[in-house]
Design a protein around this ligand. Structure first.
Ligand code: GUN
Ligand code: ZN
Length: 431
């Protein structure tokens, strides 16, 4: 059995940091060794020479668990940065048009390959993505994940109204296709399926019932949808489902909430909605670059935490404007500044790693550098650009280094990425 040791400055979280000086929430090794066998971490310790292992020395860089992105759309990779006033205009003008291209297998495969390159370039080793309504887009998505040995979650969007006919499925075909895709991809290699009714606006009550049946029949699968992103979206949803008490109530009425349910945005929730999310264990996903780009609103992290809601963090490409979780942390920090909430750098990097793993109920598998976890890792260089190096010269603490990485960092700060113990960034084609 071959054994590799990664040597470097190792940082991993144990619990959610409660304050900037909460040193018990993380483990930091100044000269650490991560021992990897068969794609898994088998030991984490201070470095000691080992003649039987290959040693890769990443000093002085920081080694963290690979980033996890809890919400994005791989089928929007070629329409990211599209000029629109707000969500519904953006969907109708660009998004629904673009996603129709994914009924072609070749197109799906070539975009999926480029999308995964971009994730790796940015240090993201696991993600939860929406595919298009075409099952071909899902085959391409999971097929590429399998080739790269990545733990990826995703699913075909179910949508049977308020979109171009060519993109719409029906309640029945959405059910049948999803069922077949769960059978084909859930649990194959490292793939996990997410039942994905796009949002209330694009699903008829009949399709919501079909989604409800799927969720009841497949408790092993995740569920993902969008919730409370934009005022016009909320009003239209309530017109379509007048008997539900509020937007969250629509998903609640169809049995779609629970600890495996991932809800993008959750910006404008009322008091009842926040408590329903908490009571059901559903996850509210903060997508700062998207919320700013589409002018959707400011996520209220503290209010949701106080209500007991589980929280995730995501790029939401292509409403989001970067694949980088570092850029996402930076914009998230600024959104919370506008709310008078201060996100400390330890809490930031917790969210992008162990926090998101916990929100996916995948603690023990990904999100931490600990024995038994997959060796999905990112190597960070806080002096990657001249401006960063200039600032790094005055940095004296780990906290300052993390804050520099999130404030000025991007794909250039990702020195190397490991997926299941294999080098993934330096082996990308074209680099
Ligand atoms: N709501 C429904 N579909 C989408 C989408 O593709 N992106 C965003 N940001 N919100 C949505
Ligand atoms: Zn989205």
């Amino acid at each position: 059995m071959s054994r590799t040791i990664l040597r470097g400055r190792v940082l991993t979280f144990i619990s959610e940091p409660q304050a900037i000086d909460d040193v018990a929430s993380y483990r930091y090794l100044e000269d650490g060794a991560i021992t990897i066998e068969d794609g898994k971490i088998v030991a984490v310790s201070d470095f000691v020479a080992d003649d039987l292992a290959e040693v890769i020395d990443h000093r002085p860089h920081l080694i963290l668990p690979g980033f996890i992105d809890m919400h994005l759309h791989y089928v929007q990779s070629q329409m990211i940065a599209s000029y629109a006033g707000s969500l519904l205009e953006w969907l109708n003008t660009y998004t629904f048009h673009e996603e129709q291209k994914f009924s072609h297998q070749g197109h799906s495969e070539s975009v999926a390959s480029a999308f995964y390159d971009e994730l790796i370039r940015n240090g993201t080793t696991s993600a939860v993505a929406y595919c298009s309504s075409s099952p071909r887009s899902v085959d391409a998505y999971f097929g590429e994940a399998e080739k790269r040995n990545m733990l990826m979650i995703g699913g075909k969007v179910m949508m049977d109204r308020n979109a171009p006919e060519a993109l719409c499925d029906t309640a029945q075909s959405g059910y049948d296709d999803t069922k077949a895709l769960i059978a084909r991809w859930h649990g194959r290699a490292r793939g996990l399926y997410a039942i994905s009714p796009r949002f209330a606006i694009t699903s008829t009550p009949a399709q919501m019932e079909a989604a409800q049946t799927l969720v009841a029949e497949h408790p092993e699968a995740y569920v993902q949808t969008h919730l409370s992103e934009n005022d016009a979206e909320i009003s239209f949803s309530m017109e379509l489902y007048p008997n539900s008490p509020d937007y969250t109530g629509i998903y609640e009425d169809y049995g779609l909430l629970g600890p495996k349910t991932i809800l993008g945005h959750c910006i404008h929730l009322n008091h009842r909605e926040a408590h329903v999310l908490a009571d059901t264990g559903s996850v509210a996903v903060f997508c700062p670059t998207s919320n700013l780009f589409l002018g959707s609103g400011l996520f209220d992290r503290e209010r949701l935490i106080k209500a007991g809601v589980r929280i995730g963090l995501a790029t939401d490409v292509g409403g989001g404007t970067s694949y980088s979780m570092l850029r996402t942390l930076d914009e998230g920090y600024k959104v919370l500044q506008l709310r008078g909430q201060r996100l400390n750098p330890f809490a930031s990097f917790y969210m992008a790693t162990l926090g998101n793993a916990r929100s996916l109920s995948l603690e023990g598998t990904i999100g931490a550098i600990a024995p038994g976890n997959a060796a999905d890792l990112v190597v960070l260089n806080a002096g990657a650009t001249p401006a960063m190096a200039l600032r790094m010269a005055t940095v004296t603490t780990l906290m300052e280094e993390l804050f520099l990485l999130q404030t000025l960092g991007d794909d250039r700060s990702i020195a190397e990425v490991y997926v299941a113990g294999a080098r993934a960034k330096s082996t990308l084609g074209g680099l």
